[in-house]
Design a binder for this molecule. Sequence first.
Ligand SMILES: [Zn+2]
Length: 182
Amino acid sequence: MASLFSHAVAALSMGTCFYRSGTPKRIWAIGALCSVIPDMDVVGFRLGIRYGDFWGHRGFTHSLVFAALLAGAIVTLGFREATPGLNHLSLWAYFFLAAASHGLLDALTDGGLGVAFFSPFDNHRYFLPWTPIRVSPIGVGRFFSDRGLAVLQSELAWIWVPAALLAASVWVLRRRRSAVET
Ligand SMILES: [Zn+2]
């Protein structure tokens, strides 16, 4: 895993692409939640589920199918009516991207098993060809250690800075567009 904070930061920065004035703040909170839910699979370690299993860490809950189902369930159950500026498809797309970004970031880390992107069709674990992010220890206690500090530094460089750049670019583009329109 990358740390939960960093997954949430990535989801919030993607939210800037979907932002419309009047969109309720809970949309961004739900997006952040979607980005951390895949790591609920770590409870499997306590239940005797092995890392490489279907329900193991970075297994099905980190797949694209899970992200699509999670986003679909949230939109279907939580949003009978669309929200200001965002129709149902946009809501689904945001929640899907937030959840799917989790697996993508994990596949950029340098440890553990890879990510079962294509589960349930293929339980093979994949990494991206380039893995610059130091893998985060599992468990909050172990995060606050020397290794945790190294992880934090690599996440700042490879997740927080790009996330801030994305948010800033979207903000600048929007300001330019509204300046042209007025
Ligand atoms: Zn994960």
